[in-house]
Design a protein around this ligand. Sequence first.
Ligand SMILES: *Cc1c(COP(=O)(O)O)cnc(C)c1O
Length: 414
Amino acid sequence: MYTHNLKNFDPDIYASVKREQKRQEEGLEMIPSENFVSPAVLEALGSVLTNKYSEGYAGKRYYGGCEFIDEVETLAIERAKKLFNAEHVNVQPLSGAPANIAVYFALLKPGDTVLGMDLSHGGHLTHGHPVTYMAKIFNFVRYKTNADGLIDLENLRQMAIEHKPKMILVGYSAYSREIDYEAIKKIADEVGAITMADIAHIAGLIAAGEMNNPVPIFDVVTTTTHKTLRGPRGGMIMCKEKFAKEIDKAVFPGFQGGPHENNIAAKAVAFKEALEPEFKEYARQIKKNAKILEEEFKKRGYKLCFGGTDNHLLLIDVTTKGLSGKAGQIALDKAGITANKNMIPDDPRSPMDPSGIRLGTPALTTRGMKEEEMRVVAKWIDEAITNWQDETKLAEIKNQIIEFTKKFPLYPTL
Ligand SMILES: *Cc1c(COP(=O)(O)O)cnc(C)c1O
């Protein structure tokens, strides 16, 4: 029988884990793709399900002893179907990027054209950025947002008519506005394209009914489970029944091996949480908090990309304040606020030192912070950006934040 635990067997890793936990507790986590999972999700993740091989799908496994694994995976699928009103769900993708790759291989042939959003306008690397292998296999062409910061539907339609894509792809990582899936579906139908939405960032808001849901409208929808959905790090694919076979085959055996069932159990727990009435309240508060940040930054003369926010994130052009996104990220870090530098639409600067800072409210909202706290947070962010070269001032803000976060504890054991 095993008798050792992490603390007594591996004090080095144990200490690093504790230091990371302390960092999470003491800082303001504002990376919009991050969140804090519940202890129940952590428990499922750390369970003995990690020991089990279960290649295949429930009832059709390549290994024996899968009867309880089948229960877990079936529950995860049923809950996801209910959350998003989906016809078919695959919960095995290891993360968001593998989910997208599996869909491309399921529904496209090498050389096929995909119409997706430009990265600097909010798109994601996995949507065919030239640095990815997918860009070598498929032909990605890009649409953009218009001068008002909204998806330019007329331009999208013109490009669709010109390029005749096999697939039209929506869903973004740095775009802060609502998406008109019906309108895009209409354009896709006009040119005979498959519709794919990648809701990685906003899945939690959609599950709670706080944003438009593409699942009943689009052919395929991919997501991560660890962003606003507040589950474990992982991916998921939802699709119409007619694509179910291809999608399942592409995930396994096409692309992945044995599924991570501890992770799938944790997804199931997160979906159960997201089906609770409290989660609707949580999603509503995420949006309210982002709106307060929008208001506070506008008041202080900041330039918000896309004109503001309808979701959980804001993209701010900080160059008008005399610094780059990278300098902004470093200053915020020193002040105890974690955010990330980000390209703005048609950014004249480079990806490693872009013009923008991306901020989100999901993690702070999980900690119980509301409108009143958001006003204080906005003030600190503004102070850190305005005083980005003043080490003493940044350290001062950090100390205030350490005190502040004590009122919003995350986990019972520290
Ligand atoms: C985060 C994200 C992904 C990638 O997810 P990983 O889990 O990091 O692989 C894919 N698409 C979009 C739109 C994302 O925001």
